[in-house]
Design a protein around this ligand. Structure first.
Ligand code: ACO
Length: 331
């Protein structure tokens, strides 16, 4: 049984936040942000107006329209996010409820942070290949903006992230397969290199006044450590996937990496010996949208004709956990 990508779409909130906006809120500069990250602007939700599931549903509707099927045709939802609307439940069920016409199908939430979509593709493909489910909606959606410390104290992370969602509709096929194979990894010993400690199950009521006072409810990152691992693991896993499948790097029309940082993307290109037209970047417009970055980049790369039907592409990601992986797609 093969797996076809029959629909894809993305959505970002209207509110564009430039680096000059960031300069008003913290001690930073357009030069610093562009030089270190390649980011020029990102999209933030207006707090209280949209939840992560709303972004997910908007992207999902575009993907369903492209696939020319309706929500009632879906057999399963897989939602990847680290920023669900609520602690309980996850956004999978909210998407099921907000997508009008969806029947009482299973709805998974997965959370591998920036690697969520790459992990989700492997999961969706495995379910479809097993014959258990036919039409699967895979969504990566994220609202990072409301959870960041938008001040000088949080500037290392605050300038990096943006909000958005991207979705694929996948279905079975008796003929060829779009999803050829995947390689996934994790290395949990480094979970503190990029994490958010509170709310925590180790604490009565999960958060204390002092945690808020000390800003422990904001994410924290060892930037250089993450940079080093991300720029090593992503090219490594691309080569592992190519070796596993017997495909040559020259046969890949486009590498679509998680949009973490332009310097990381350039490092992947250098380490693989690729020219910049073979690896896609749109980070300057959206920042790092975590689990949404790969489907958003996929849609824009296709729109820009970086690849076409029949081409091999690779999606590759690295994120908090650490988690990383890559998918070989013959689109
Ligand atoms: N504006 C201005 N100055 C800043 C900012 C900012 N937004 N953030 C940090 N600085 C300052 C620091 O305080 C430090 O000042 P100091 O020298 O006076 O102490 C100085 O800039 C250098 O800080 P470093 O952390 O050493 O800067 P670095 O060159 O490592 O760049 C960055 C920081 C951009 C975060 C980098 O480490 C990085 O890209 N890491 C990868 C992290 C990443 O992509 N995370 C995303 C999630 S994980 C993923 O998607 C793979």
């Amino acid at each position: 049984m093969g797996v076809k990508i029959i629909g894809y779409g993305f959505y970002v909130p209207n509110n564009v936040i430039t680096n000059h906006d960031m300069e008003k809120w913290m001690d930073t500069s357009e030069e610093w942000i562009v030089e270190r990250t390649g980011i020029k602007e990102r999209h933030f939700v207006t707090v209280g107006e949209e939840g992560t599931s709303d972004l997910a549903v908007k992207a999902a509707k575009k993907a369903l329209e492209k696939a020319n099927i309706s929500a009632s045709d879906l057999d399963m939802i897989i939602a990847a996010t680290l920023s669900p609307d609520y602690e309980i439940p996850g956004i999978g069920v909210l998407i099921q409820s907000k997508l009008e016409g969806c029947s009482l199908i299973p709805a998974y939430d997965i959370r591998q942070q920036c690697s969520g979509f790459v992990y989700g593709l492997e999961l969706a493909a495995t379910f479809i290949k097993s014959g258990k489910y036919k039409n699967v909606l895979l969504v990566g959606a994220e609202i990072q903006s409301v959870g960041l410390n938008i001040s000088t104290n949080g500037r290392d992370l605050a300038v990096l992230f943006g909000d958005g969602a991207g979705a694929f509709v996948l279905t079975n096929s008796q003929d060829d397969s779009d999803i050829i194979d995947s390689v996934l990894h994790s290395e949990g010993q480094y979970y503190k290199a990029l994490w958010k400690e509170y709310p925590s199950i180790y604490v009565r009521d999960r958060i204390r006044q002092e945690d808020i006072v000390f800003g422990r409810h904001y994410p924290a990152m060892n930037g250089r450590f993450v940079f080093k691992h991300a720029s090593t693991r992503m090219p490594e896993v691309v080569m592992e996937l190519l070796n596993k499948t017997g495909i040559d790097l020259e046969d890949i029309a486009q590498i679509i990496p998680h949009q973490a940082n332009l310097r990381i993307t350039n490092m992947i290109a250098n380490r693989l010996g690729l020219s910049s037209d073979k690896i896609f970047s749109n980070i300057e417009k959206y920042g790092n949208t975590t689990a949404a970055s790969i489907p958003i980049a996929f849609c824009e790369a296709l729109e820009e004709k970086r690849f076409k039907r029949g081409d091999y592409i690779i999606t590759v990601s690295f994120g908090s956990g650490f988690t990383w992986g890559a998918n070989l797609i013959k689109f």
